[in-house]
Write a protein that binds this ligand. Structure first.
Ligand SMILES: *[C@@H]1O[C@H](CO)[C@@H](O)[C@H](O)[C@H]1NC(C)=O
Ligand SMILES: *[C@@H]1O[C@H](CO)[C@@H](O)[C@H](O)[C@H]1NC(C)=O
Ligand SMILES: *[C@@H]1O[C@H](CO)[C@@H](O)[C@H](O)[C@H]1NC(C)=O
Ligand SMILES: *[C@@H]1O[C@H](CO)[C@@H](O)[C@H](O)[C@H]1NC(C)=O
Ligand SMILES: *[C@@H]1O[C@H](CO)[C@@H](O)[C@H](O)[C@H]1NC(C)=O
Ligand SMILES: [Zn+2]
Length: 482
């Protein structure tokens, strides 16, 4: 039942990944677009000549011209023109508090010369696939449909499992429009390095450039690829570059969020970010390229002292009514419906069983809550999808619901694994994600108010000057200062 996210899709190299084409014909620059641009430039020149007869009008028009030529190439690093460009990095599983440990000088440098959020709130559930998809689509998981790393869709009568890439890359699972497709649809190039979901095709569109998942590739190698992409001629150069880094999360699950091994991975990542900053500096791109670093969620330490044993209260008959548990550490429970019963009846029976467990643990004092799906608190935005299981048992941060058959100190088990878990209430401090950003349009050394990660899609769209698809952002891409 435990899903430490450190295997499967995030670690296995699957042939389906390597079959991904790096250049997609649908996203290739169209020569028509080029001709259209030349025509528009010609029209603009004509406009200037005519308008020079009237000083006021001409001044307005020159302003207009500046705006128009800015749209063609707003930046130049001394030798090359650059379109608005964003490097968007996700460090999986980095707790917001990690930025204050004085272990990450380069992340601090980004914050000091740009902005840092007081924190960023992940969407519920704060786990990897739902949140990576919220970060790039601006939708809550109930709206984009990636409601977990595993789930069942009763309408499709099919299971999503992130450990089965050949099946989970099917477009039918992935709702919303990721920013790299929004860009490509609007004639801009995008490149994606291992971001969850990057191998999926949307209406025949894929990112212009992409690198398939490989656990063996280091962050340094990924930064080298990002820099190589910046060195491409402007017609081929991606404006959005997404880059995914799993190592800190993997160590956090295995050793705990504040174990030496995990903090060492954090420092390694920071060193790679320093290398990227250096690479941008060498290209005179420091004040041209937006560099944004986020995490998808934080992580809580787990321990043998914070376990609730389900089978201490549920009878074996009741346990037999559980068909599958789809989420972790929240249990998303699907019932096994015997002949002659309805799903609602079985859900009710299981609900009452978990309520007994809740009473046994002191009711309000119990380290978990039990909800039927329609009663799950509205602030989570986690009801409105058939992919969400009908019964949800939500443990407090750091707690796990287990069976004695999984882990039993009475039988001699001592160390509970995983040692770090995320996916609890997104209000909790340990769930909070990081956000730092710098670049041409960010203020210097400011702190942003906390915001929800669904806001970032509109931020990216605004920086790239593209029209966002439907999303749940509310701030129009402008994150308020604290
Ligand atoms: C670096 O880029 C800036 C514009 O961002 C430009 O003004 C400056 O001349 C460039 N420096 C060199 C050495 O090309
Ligand atoms: C938790 O995440 C949901 C989106 O899934 C969001 O709407 C809600 O505001 C978040 N909770 C808090 C307290 O930020
Ligand atoms: C963690 O690292 C520090 C500094 O390198 C060292 O002093 C300490 O013993 C290490 N702790 C563990 C548990 O390895
Ligand atoms: C400008 O960027 C291009 C592409 O990365 C690079 O080849 C060139 O050396 C840069 N120019 C300067 C002055 O650094
Ligand atoms: C989020 O956006 C989607 C798509 O526009 C919409 O259907 C849904 O109702 C929105 N959710 C909320 C809570 O506003
Ligand atoms: Zn994650």
């Amino acid at each position: 039942m435990a899903d430490n996210e450190s295997s499967g899709l995030l670690s296995a190299s699957h042939p389906h990944y390597t079959s991904l084409t790096s250049a997609d014909p649908h996203a290739a620059p169209s020569s028509n677009a080029g001709r259209r641009r030349t025509l528009i430039n010609g029209i603009i020149v004509g406009v200037i000549v005519i308008s020079s007869v009237c000083l006021v009008y001409a001044m307005w028009c020159v302003g207009f011209l500046r705006g128009a030529s800015a749209a063609t190439a707003p930046y130049n690093n001394g030798t090359h023109d650059f379109q608005p460009t964003v490097i968007f990095i996700s460090l999986d599983g980095v707790v917001n508090h990690d930025l204050d440990l004085h272990l990450t000088p380069h992340l601090s440098h980004i914050a000091d010369t740009g902005v840092r959020a007081h924190w960023m709130t992940p969407s519920f559930p704060p786990i990897t696939f739902p949140n990576h998809w919220s970060l790039v689509t601006g939708l809550y998981p109930e709206s984009h449909g990636i409601v977990g790393n595993y789930f069942y869709d009763s309408e499709l009568d099919d299971h999503f499992n992130y450990k089965d890439p050949s099946h989970s890359w099917d477009e039918k699972w992935w709702g919303g429009e990721p920013i790299w497709i929004t860009a490509v649809r609007q004639d801009k190039k995008s490149g994606v390095i291992m971001w969850p979901g990057c191998s999926t095709t949307f209406n025949d569109l894929q990112p212009t450039l992409s690198v398939p998942f490989s656990d063996a590739m280091t962050f340094d190698e990924k930064t080298d690829i990002a820099l190589e992409w910046l060195d491409l001629p402007m017609e081929a150069r991606p404006q959005f570059i997404g880059l995914y880094v799993p190592q800190i999360d993997q160590a956090g699950h295995k050793y705990g969020p504040y174990a030496n091994q995990t903090l060492t991975q954090l420092q390694h990542a920071d060193t790679s970010i320093g290398r990227l900053i250096e690479g941008l500096h060498d290209r005179n791109l420091t004040s041209i390229v937006h560099l944004i670093v986020v995490s998808d969620h934080g992580m809580s330490a787990t321990d043998a002292s914070r376990l609730v044993y389900i089978d201490d209260e549920l009878t074996s008959d009741e346990l037999g009514l559980i068909s599958q548990v789809e989420m972790y550490p929240t249990l998303g429970i699907r019932p096994k419906v015997p002949d002659g019963a309805t799903e609602d009846e079985v859900v009710e029976q299981l609900y009452q069983a978990f309520r007994r467990l809740w009473k046994r643990h002191g009711e309000e004092a119990a380290p978990f809550q039990v909800y039927k799906k329609p009663d799950f608190p509205a602030r989570y935005h986690f009801n409105n999808n058939v992919r969400i299981a009908p019964l949800l048992v939500l443990p407090d941060p750091g707690w796990n619901l287990v069976r004695r058959s999984d882990f039993d100190p009475g039988r001699g088990d001592t160390v509970y694994h995983p040692k770090g878990v995320h996916g609890y209430d997104n209000l909790s401090k340990q769930s909070r994600a990081i956000f730092v950003a710098r670049g041409p349009t960010w203020p210097e050394g400011e702190v942003l108010k906390p915001f929800w990660n669904v806001e970032l899609y509109q931020v990216l769209a605004r920086l790239l000057d593209i029209k966002p698809a439907h999303n749940n952002g509310t701030l129009h891409g402008r994150l308020p200062l604290e």
